[in-house]
Design a protein around this ligand. Structure first.
Ligand SMILES: NC(=O)c1ccc[n+]([C@@H]2O[C@H](COP(=O)([O-])OP(=O)(O)OC[C@H]3O[C@@H](n4cnc5c(N)ncnc54)[C@H](OP(=O)(O)O)[C@@H]3O)[C@@H](O)[C@H]2O)c1
Length: 299
């Protein structure tokens, strides 16, 4: 099958390319040059914030299925530049959805737990979004762009993505490992309740949703455990056999530009009943994260 994946240099998109390459004819779309290890895929540079380039690349390739994982994900950066956030997260999704409509391609657009305000989580797919902050609002509008413009579409929400894959970008989970290994303390929010997503686990569900189901609408595809960030950091440390200081802090104590959902998290019962690749309990996700991490130093 011809499959296109946006955000291919990213945590989730990169995993999806690695998993789909070989089994499918894959076009990996990203900003600038490819930072992925070599594989059986074709790379195309295209800017989601430019009104045409992603749409043109998709129309030229002619995919039957598109995983849209590209986005402006720097939450505070979006707050500083709302116009760029809108161009990328809404305009970029509009481009992808228009191309899918023109091609008759199925679309899975990736979104976020931040569409909820974090007053009453964990949230199910039928709960009403109430996004706060530029990133959250632009992603919610991106969801609507995808749902309105692409006829065969699902929106896959993830949360707190992390990866141990060699070359994957730094995240809270990888910082916990790196800082504790160096003997440095780690600060973690004690008042943010979240679900987390190991990128390889979430990417497998996104691809299954895209290629093996006809499900339309919203689906929560993060992993299964709802946990606060201090407890998450402790579980990461335990799995890696690391001791050291994890310092609980309150969100309000840190000057962040964008608001953060506090009582967040996503319910995954629907994905668990629909998909073969079930949302992982944290123990299993951390076993896989550890294995990915160890492969970084393998010869
Ligand atoms: N990361 C999280 O914790 C998190 C949580 C909830 C939801 N999500 C959602 O999950 C999806 C995947 O994100 P991720 O976790 O894989 O984050 P990521 O690693 O930041 O990946 C996003 C990718 O989008 C690319 N991108 C940004 N602006 C672009 C532009 N104008 N044109 C083309 N590409 C552009 C980035 O390119 P560069 O690599 O060049 O910067 C990056 O490779 C997104 O929809 C995100 O909103 C992520």
């Amino acid at each position: 099958m011809k499959v296109a994946i946006t955000g291919a240099n990213g945590l989730l998109g990169g995993e999806a390319v690695a998993q789909a390459a070989g089994a499918h004819q894959v076009l990996a779309l990203g900003r600038g040059s490819c930072r992925l290890p070599a594989g059986r895929f074709t790379w195309a540079a295209a800017d989601l914030a430019d009104g045409r380039s992603v749409e043109a690349a998709l129309l030229a390739f002619g995919p039957e299925a598109v995983l849209h994982a590209g986005a402006a994900t720097d939450v505070d950066g979006c707050e500083r530049d709302p116009a760029a956030a809108w161009r990328t997260n809404v305009g970029g999704t509009e481009q992808v959805a228009r191309a899918c409509a023109a091609l008759g391609a199925r679309l899975v657009a990736v979104s976020t737990d931040y569409v909820f305000d974090g007053t009453a989580g964990p949230y199910g797919e039928d709960d009403l979004p109430n996004p706060r902050g530029v990133y959250a609002r632009s992603k919610r509008c991106g969801e609507e762009a995808a749902l309105l413009l692409a006829p065969d579409v699902a929106v896959a929400r993830v949360a707190v993505v992390y990866s141990g894959r060699p070359g994957a970008k730094s995240t809270f989970a990888t910082q916990v490992v790196e800082k504790l290994t160096r003997g440095e303390p780690v600060k973690a929010f004690s008042d943010q309740l979240v679900t987390t997503t190991l990128a390889s686990s979430g990417a497998a569900r996104c691809l299954e949703l895209l290629l093996e189901t006809r499900y339309r609408g919203l689906l929560h595809v993060c992993d299964a455990t709802v946990i606060d960030r201090v407890a998450f950091a402790r579980r990461v440390a335990e799995r890696f056999g690391l001791t050291g200081q994890i310092i609980p802090v309150l969100t309000a104590e840190v000057k962040l530009l964008a608001p953060r959902p506090l009582r967040g998290g996503l319910k995954v019962e629907r994905a668990a009943s629909l998909l073969r690749n079930r949302p992982l309990p944290l123990d299993e996700a951390l076993d896989r994260f550890h294995a990915e991490w160890m492969s970084r130093s393998a010869p």
